[in-house]
Write a protein that binds this ligand. Structure first.
Ligand SMILES: [Zn+2]
Ligand SMILES: [Zn+2]
Length: 338
């Protein structure tokens, strides 16, 4: 079968390898659509802290069950999406249901080979049979689940004013799920056209131009009270550090994006607000189910998120173009054509 390998930062190569087979407890999935994620772009750029090379990228995956291993009772030919976080089920986090931050977590396409391939075997617990969504939507359930998880972590409700920093696919997902709780939602970005798009498409309450004075714009939009929740989806150290002084008293900061650097903040600023600082990593099965239901109910939209699609056979050439910030890509999806 054909697979696409990231040999080292900046180098992708199509290779032919042996088709895997499903062992006991596993499912062999014939991949149909692959979402391209910030994680893939960071890995390609050499900026993903948990990444080892060479690696087959791709963790936003949908497909059909091609074969099952011994002891697996799932229908051949069923449409599935894949939960790409393989967890141990035994560690201190897993025992509390926090499988998203398992001490031995292996994320497909990060810690072990992912799904930029014709076929992939995964534990049967990692596939969810789903009807009523197309393969491209199913491939971006994982991306939306990151935002859904972050919103759940912050326990957002109608009384909140939420400021989402960064209008990439994760930020747009987080903004949509925050909005669906009834909260007021403001989003920022450095690209003006992205902000106009988000405000119109998702009915958000305000936009902040991140190239100008963010503190002043937030003050103006909130009558000087500032947002009660700030969700950072930028992966930018300055943006992350600015959250400590842009937050309402009694508020919560959620760091959704991950960076390789140290974050510094002023303790007096942190303490006077009685700030709650929350890390948000990956998502759990509950978040995936919430996303699928929200897509089916039309509470969140995927269509406008997927700005680019391409064919698997052309991906080695397309990806460097998509990885360029000037490409206008919000979310790209690869469709299997071989
Ligand atoms: Zn992703
Ligand atoms: Zn575990």
């Amino acid at each position: 079968m054909k697979t696409i390998v990231c040999i080292e930062p900046g180098v992708l190569e199509q290779r032919v390898v042996e088709k895997p087979s499903a062992h006991a407890g596993e499912v062999l999935v014939k991949i149909r659509s692959i979402g391209v994620c910030g994680t893939d772009i960071h890995a390609f750029g050499g900026n993903q802290p948990y990444f080892q090379y060479p690696r087959v990228l791709g963790h936003e995956l949908s497909g059909v069950i091609d074969a099952v291993g011994e002891g697996v009772d799932l229908p051949i030919g069923a449409s599935v999406y894949i939960i790409p976080y393989i967890h141990c089920g035994k560690c201190v986090a897993c025992r509390k249901g926090k499988t998203n931050c398992c001490t031995d977590i292996e994320v497909l396409g990060v810690h072990r080979d992912g799904g930029m391939a014709e076929y992939l075997t995964v534990p049967s617990s990692a596939v969810v049979v789903t009807d009523g969504l197309d393969f491209n939507d199913m491939a971006i359930v994982e991306c939306l689940a990151i935002g859904a998880h972050a919103v759940r972590r912050a326990d957002i409700g109608p009384e909140d004013t939420v400021f989402v920093q960064g209008a990439g696919p994760i930020g747009i997902g987080a903004a949509q799920f925050a909005k669906s709780t009834g909260a007021k939602v403001i989003i920022s970005d450095i690209l003006e056209e992205k902000l106009a798009f988000c405000k119109d498409e998702y009915g958000l309450d305000g936009v902040v131009d991140a190239t100008k004075d963010i503190h002043q714009q937030l003050s103006d939009l909130t009558d000087g009270e500032f947002p009660s929740v700030i969700m950072d989806c930028t992966g930018n150290v300055h943006a992350m550090e600015s959250t400590f002084t842009n937050l309402a008293h009694g508020g919560k900061i959620v760091f959704v994006s991950v960076i390789k650097k140290q974050i510094c903040f002023s303790d007096p600023e942190f303490h006077k607000r009685e700030t709650t600082l929350i890390g948000s990593r990956n998502a759990t099965v509950e978040d995936f189910e919430h996303v699928v239901q929200s897509l089916k109910d039309g509470k969140v939209k995927s269509g406008a998120l997927i700005t680019h699609t391409g064919k698997f056979s052309e991906f080695v050439d397309l990806f460097p173009l998509w990885a360029n910030p000037d490409s206008g890509v919000i979310k790209a999806v690869i469709e299997m054509d071989i």
